[in-house]
Ligand binder design. Sequence first.
Ligand code: NAD
Length: 374
Amino acid sequence: MNYLKPEQKNSSRRKFVKNLSLGFGASSLAFALPQLGFGYSKKLDKKMGVALVGLGYYSTDLLAPALQETENCYLAGIVTGTPSKAKKWQEQYNIPEKNIYNYENFEEIKKNKDIDIVYIVLPNSMHAEYTIKAANAGKHVICEKPMALNEEECKQMIKACNDNNVKLSIGYRMQFEPTTQEVMRLGQEKVMGAVKLVTASAGYRESRPEHWKVKRTYGGGPMMDMGVYSLQAARYITGEEPNSVTAQSFNTNPDIFKEVPETIAFQVQFPSGAIGNLSTSFGMSVNSMHTTTEKGWFKLDPFSAYRGIKGASKEGVFEFPVINQQAAQMDEVSVCISEDKPMRVPGEEGLKDIIVVQAIEEALKTGKKVEIKR
Ligand code: NAD
């Protein structure tokens, strides 16, 4: 795994970032990014058209507003099964009638030249089907996390994109966030010595007993939804893949959590000997990361929120610009597509998480340590 671009290894970067004023919007940041070495950010001559598939919470509250701030892409189309939503979005975002699809006529999107990128924001069990359909329609794909239900689905998604010569990225927005990129650097470059222990928890209170997020067949449950953030933290801080996992589940509210656990604690061990002591929950609001290294420590709290990531290390408080993560993510993905560059978060990265998630499921079932063979 290599999240660090060569220019990120420039030690003057942190000092330079500190000199920037905090809190400016994504548009001015987009120009600052190349010097900061966050990725392939630049302004494209022509914006890419994005179609959002599934107009639920994340599309409505985060992605559509972010697409009003992006420099390299715009909200060109929507795919929804609800006609009233189609009308509302059409009016609100000035979307042409010809760029509005439902799940029955979705494949006709192939003929639509306005749509370059299809962004899958559906329940987890639908990610594979719609990613493959979008790829077969010749569209580049962003698919929300978690990538899919299992390793097999992830591989089919990657293959469909390769076969159709389109790019695939997974919606791990944290990897585009400057403070998060700093902890990746500190850990992967062993700036304070080797990483010994990453503790991370991600969760919120899910109280909707009928929602797909608590249904097993939809890929619900806290591990798929929030646990992947804790797992990602351990993986991107160490820069390694776990070779074994253990896991325990807890349920204090069986009225809501009939099919999935309420809380999962899981432990991962990396080849270097580093340990991840990780957890996720639908029963409590948790969001923090603390890493112990040979010669120091660093932490983020919150570590996976949409805004206001705060952190510190043994050497002091981090001061990085606040960005719109989703706008930065979609802008960079657009550049990678336009310039045929590798994605920061390709499908293979989503697959790596799902391999560990499946091992955690097995550990929960058997109560035993599961070795991950690759
Ligand atoms: P949501 O339930 O609010 O939205 C899901 C949408 O899918 C709804 O509009 C629903 O109508 C539609 N849908 C279509 N077919 C459906 C079916 N058969 N059953 C149920 N819904 C159907 O969920 P959400 O919170 O927006 O999550 C959507 C995806 O986005 C998930 O994969 C989730 O993990 C991801 N997500 C990512 C982030 C992030 O920060 N990256 C945050 C929230 C959600």
